[in-house]
Design a protein around this ligand. Sequence first.
Ligand code: PMV
Length: 323
Amino acid sequence: MTELTATAHPNIAYIKYWGNRDQELRIPANGSISMNLAALFTRTQVIFDESFEADQLILNGEPVTGAGLQRVSDFLALVRQISGMGEFARVESENNFPMGTGIASSASAFAALSLAASAAAGITLDEKDLSRLARCGSGSASRSVPGGFVEWQAGDSDANSYAYSIAPPEHWELADCVAIVSQEHKATGSVEGHAIADTSPLQAMRIEQVPSHMKSCREAIIQRDFAAFAEITEHDCNMMHAVMMTSNPSLIYWQPPTLAIMQAVHSWRKNGIPVCYTIDAGPNVHVICENSHQEQVKALLKDIPGVLKVMLSGPGGPALLIE
Ligand code: PMV
């Protein structure tokens, strides 16, 4: 019996991943850039044991069956294939952030699982190979393996599609003020969303533009240039949502308060507050500013009707094994 525990943070993408070149291997249609979220984490323990007759998953204290278990079990099969370990596993995972708040837990979940499961199976993977493995569980999980500000190079094969840090967490004190406007589970998850991205006539054009978005965003982060960062982050987010809305079926993730926040962010910026928004496959809005403005931004957000809660987070470190 071998037992290991790892932690990982979720991440927020500034340049978005939407659509796959290879659906099975999760080779993305385009590269992406993100920041890990220090305040939020998943902790996952993996035990392989010859007495187990099947894989088991316990999430926040509750046993999981069905599709959720199957996804983890398929991933464990990959770890068994790579490591030569033949035993089934028990996976116990918990998040310090409530599920169903619209914060994607799959990124931190598969990053922590990759590290704990590979180590428990007796193999030591370097950061690149761990990021490749995490990618097979959930694309954005590849970006939760390295620390700080992270770039996922799209690549064109399993071997060259992985993420790496472009700056450590302490490089830039950015704050993500996450405005929760809905706690409901989203109707169309990202797995189905990626699969229909190509049905939008805008997707090909978006993909063509991403390399230049990546360059602008990377440079803005390196130079800590908030104005340039805000412009490219919002534009890239709006492009992804334009693809979502024009795909077949059409995906509209926004709720009325989502739009109210987007418009408020524009007016705050006009009035001199350095702030911008980005939105994933859900209605909640990530409002980004330098941390000197986070309390002011949090207070402003709380005044918007429909905002249920605001969570704050700075840049987080890499996935880690814990004793
Ligand atoms: O890794 P997935 O399949 O959950 O996809 C993430 C998709 C977005 O959150 C919308 C964008 C991104 O790059 O994180």
